[in-house]
Design a protein around this ligand. Structure first.
Ligand code: FES
Length: 155
């Protein structure tokens, strides 16, 4: 999973959609990421050639914005809040439960690329703390059993 295939037809479609506009670089990168879940180097190189943008500039944009992934990500992202409100209410234990089940630490992705596990500073629903966001839903302090059920429901 280090690189994608060299079939660039999807990339060409995205570039055509943006009419090969250099000024649309961020939107183009967002579309690439929607397609691949991360920004593979061979795709950035190909797009840079087509757009006439040096790879260094593309990397500059991709590393500036935190929402771009330059490493392969899991199909599902698990966000556990470790903001102050959630910390006081036990986010450390929730982080540990998720780590124990998936056998990865925050910042890691499972070997099968199903799950990426990250921490955030606030999910905007502090009263529910400690909070986890997974598969488009918020969960308030899910138990080990609930977490196992949730993760196995998508794998
Ligand atoms: S501090 Fe956790 S949701 Fe706000």
């Amino acid at each position: 999973m280090e690189e994608t295939s060299n079939d660039f037809s999807k990339i060409d479609k995205i570039l055509e959609k943006h009419q090969f506009r250099k000024n649309n670089l961020i939107q183009i990168l967002l579309d690439f990421q929607d397609e691949y879940n991360w920004l593979p180097k061979n795709i950035l190189f190909y797009a840079g050639t087509k757009l006439g943008i040096p790879l260094a500039r593309i990397y500059g944009a991709a590393t500036f914005y935190k929402f771009f992934n330059l490493e392969p990500m899991g199909k599902y992202k698990i966000l556990v809040c470790e903001g102050t409100a959630c910390h006081i209410r036990g986010s450390v234990n929730l982080l540990q439960r998720v780590s124990n089940i998936l056998k990865i630490e925050p910042g890691d992705t499972t070997n099968d690329y199903m799950f990426s596990f990250e921490t955030v500073n606030c999910l905007g629903c502090c009263a529910l703390g400690p909070v986890m966001y997974f598969n488009n839903k918020y969960y308030s302090n899910p138990s080990t059993g609930q977490l196992e059920k949730l993760f196995s429901s998508v794998s």
